[in-house]
Design a protein around this ligand. Sequence first.
Ligand SMILES: Cc1cc2nc3c(=O)[nH]c(=O)nc-3n(C[C@H](O)[C@H](O)[C@H](O)COP(=O)(O)OP(=O)(O)OC[C@H]3O[C@@H](n4cnc5c(N)ncnc54)[C@H](O)[C@@H]3O)c2cc1C
Length: 457
Amino acid sequence: MVDKQAVQQFGESLRGELIVKGDAGYDEARKVYNGMIDKKPALITKCFDVADVITAVNFGRENNMLVSVRGGGHNAGGLGICDDGLVIDLSQIRYTHVDPKTKTIRVGGGCQWGDVDHAGHAFGLAVPAGIISTTGVGGLSLGGGVGYLSRKYGLTIDSILEVEMVLADGSVVRASAKENEDLFWAIRGGGGNFGIVTSFLFQGHPVHTSFGGPTLWHIDKTEQILKWYRDFMVNAHEDLYGFFATLTVPGPPFPEVLHGKKMCGVVWNYLGPHEKADEVLKSARDLKPDFDHVGPIPHPTLNSMFDVFYPAGLQWYWRADFIKDIPDKAVAEHAKFGESLPTPHSTMHLYPIDGAAQNVGKNDTPWAYRDANWAQVMVGVDPDPANNEKITEWTKDYYDAIHPYSAGGAYINFLMDEGQDRIKASYKDNYDRLVKIKNKYDPNNFFRVNQNIKPAE
Ligand SMILES: Cc1cc2nc3c(=O)[nH]c(=O)nc-3n(C[C@H](O)[C@H](O)[C@H](O)COP(=O)(O)OP(=O)(O)OC[C@H]3O[C@@H](n4cnc5c(N)ncnc54)[C@H](O)[C@@H]3O)c2cc1C
């Protein structure tokens, strides 16, 4: 228990808001994206600026509190929040600034990806990110970042030029290829283990309106389509990206005849000349999709296309793997689990991470699986907590069936609380170097509400 007077003084020293357990607004402030997470922190600081972040870090450390850092609050395992501790909420540190000369975008540590898409689009620039625009820039970027631009421009970490961070001792540092290089290496995949990033500088890339959208087939065609997809995708030009999914078609804007139908399909993003798109997508169209909605699409629209189907507050249960190959036996499992999707929101995605994402060496950043071709995730999702057992069991069974065909570890941003061995398997031989850097910057493991790199004893 922290002394009441100290809490009051802490609150008064902040420019942003301090929310104490029991305050009006407390229950709203402790909600995260995954409705399955129900943690009750003692204090939540809505930091207004870097000064507030420094104050909060010092307060947490001096009072020996468990501290969690919240960016977009999307983490599946609820790593933005904690029980009984202090939440350092960055959601008010939300600004962007584009420099058209250098084609760079400076982004506040509490931004969501939609902010970056919006800011960059006006200048014809984009940064590789994920497929839902409400995801936080902080968590996604520090863990890796996979999405529609990965095959052409690499992972999100490959576009980070510099960060400004508040360390566990309250000091502020910059990390880049020229400054604190060890820290710069570690934050490009090592998650929130090393400090709080208050500002990112990203390299933007020339992306404005691409040719994208889904082609879908009825679920009974999964084996045929997935076998074609796995061979087609890895041989496709880097301008073409397509993630494979099994899903249930929601309501509008999809045609009524498909509502509630289980389907498999590919969501495309072609960055080459539009007049070549039909030729590039010909082999998909030769397979006669039951739904084809691929056409010119502005990048922010593509990146937010699924937001409406996945609002905050649904129940989510995740499992993930890195995948090099998809043998026929794995294809058969995907077909089986696709047929048995437990609820309409549940889904499986295979996100390509080949192409440009493989141009970086496996020890150049903590992301050790530069030779994997996909980051796969299977998620049981539903609005109703009464279905939690159903979605959890389906996800676990699916994972057990597919994991033997995986590359070993998984993208850490797709993990829930799966233990230290799984974290080590995901970093492979980069783990020891991460521990060394953790020892230097956070030897007392102050930042431990994350996929934790434990300092050496
Ligand atoms: C619906 C959905 C879709 C997704 N799609 C994709 C996708 O397409 N591609 C992809 O790569 N990932 C995707 N993800 C996974 C996503 O990358 C992770 O959930 C990520 O942790 C979210 O970051 P956040 O800032 O929103 O999360 P939070 O829950 O706020 O934080 C997650 C972790 O990051 C740390 N953190 C956050 N911000 C900072 C910061 N500024 N400084 C230091 N530490 C920080 C937190 O302490 C915590 O440990 C998706 C997640 C969801 C729920």
